[in-house]
Design a protein around this ligand. Structure first.
Ligand code: PEP
Ligand code: MN
Length: 338
């Protein structure tokens, strides 16, 4: 961290800020220029709040040189983290994990049929929302605990670990019981109480990027979970809000190589919520594989027009199977197991 002091900063003010900075236990060097003085800090600067330094009225500027996150930073953990979801390893050079299933769990028959079909096509996890974050309170809100129980039954029947979204930290015991990978949705990426609660979970976490959040904010949210005790975090890009209206969101595929440079955590791509349009899901999935994704999460519904949520972006069984076939080919070209 580099702190620049204003011209005319007195010796007493310098002593004051230096003794404040020393309380953080960092190494301090002062460079005296003819006009300005610069203080360089090295060491564990993560807990220093830039704003508190800017509050000294004789401080001209403060800049961080290292990222504000530590545990998820690749600098401190050069090897890829591998996250095991009920025995399925995600990240590193493990096979690309495909999580597929309906947006919402609707009923047992449909979930059973979908689980069978996605498994047959090669999916490795079953997705399904039981607690749905809907924009309208009048829309289908999900089956709640009954939905989680149905998912668990399908897991046992088809040997497909389950991914499902949590919205309320008080439900963590139920999620621990029924779900293998606990999803934090885009709307809750900065719900810090929830993130801290999930830091105490025994199950891995799928952390979606908020639709208006920077990569740094997203990684800081991952840092909350890891620093609260749970290092099993997988990131998920699901599109961000831009001025473009042709798609539901804009899929930021460049995050794959960027995130891989910045962090050791695995990343998966959600082309369904990113595009909002089933016609775009295959192309974006293949592009994500080519760009180095560790996994995909895809919505599948065989009667999209009757789906209780997100039908327009859901693939039929047949289209999902086609995507899987092409995915295998692209993965082979880029030297990734699928
Ligand atoms: C979902 O996965 O069903 C979902 C609601 O996703 P997001 O939080 O990305 O909108
Ligand atoms: Mn959905």
């Amino acid at each position: 961290m580099i702190i620049t002091l204003n011209e005319h900063t007195t010796e007493q003010q310098k002593t004051e800020i230096i003794s404040y900075l020393k309380s953080y236990g960092v190494n301090i060097s002062v460079i005296e220029g003819t006009m300005l003085s610069v203080i360089g800090l090295v060491g564990d600067t993560f807990s220093i709040d830039i704003k508190s330094i800017q509050a000294f009225h004789f401080v001209k500027d403060v800049q961080r040189i290292a990222e504000p996150y530590k545990k998820v930073n690749r600098m401190f953990h050069p090897l890829d983290s591998i996250v095991a979801v009920d025995g399925i390893k995600i990240g590193g050079d493990n096979p690309i994990a495909v999580m597929a299933g309906p947006c919402s769990v609707e009923n047992e028959m449909l979930l059973d049929e979908t689980a069978f079909e996605v498994k047959r096509a090669g999916a490795t996890l079953l997705r399904g929302g039981a607690y749905k974050p809907r924009t309208s309170p009048y829309s289908f809100q999900g089956l709640g605990i009954e939905g989680l129980k149905l998912l668990k039954a399908m897991k046992e029947k088809y040997q497909l670990p389950i991914v499902s979204e949590i919205m309320d930290g008080n439900l963590l015991p139920e999620f621990e019981k029924y779900v293998d990978l606990i999803q934090v949705g885009a709307r809750n990426m900065q719900n810090y109480q929830l993130l801290k609660a999930l830091g105490k979970a025994q199950k891995p976490i799928l952390l979606k990027r908020g639709f208006s959040n920077t990569i740094e904010e997203w990684l800081m949210s991952a840092e909350y979970i890891v620093t609260s005790g749970n290092s099993n975090v997988i990131l998920c890009e699901r599109g961000i809000r831009t001025f473009e209206t042709a798609t539901r969101n804009t899929l930021d595929l460049s995050v794959i190589p960027i995130v891989k440079r910045k962090t050791h955590l695995p990343i998966v791509i959600d082309p369904s919520h990113a595009t909002g349009d089933w016609r775009l899901v295959e192309a974006m999935s293949l592009a994500a594989i080519a760009a180095g994704t560790d996994g995909l999460i895809i919505e599948v519904h065989n009667h999209p027009e009757k789906a209780l949520s997100d039908g327009a972006q859901s693939l039929t069984y047949q289209n999902f199977a086609k995507l899987m076939e092409k995915g295998r080919q692209i993965a082979q070209v880029v030297g990734r197991k699928f």
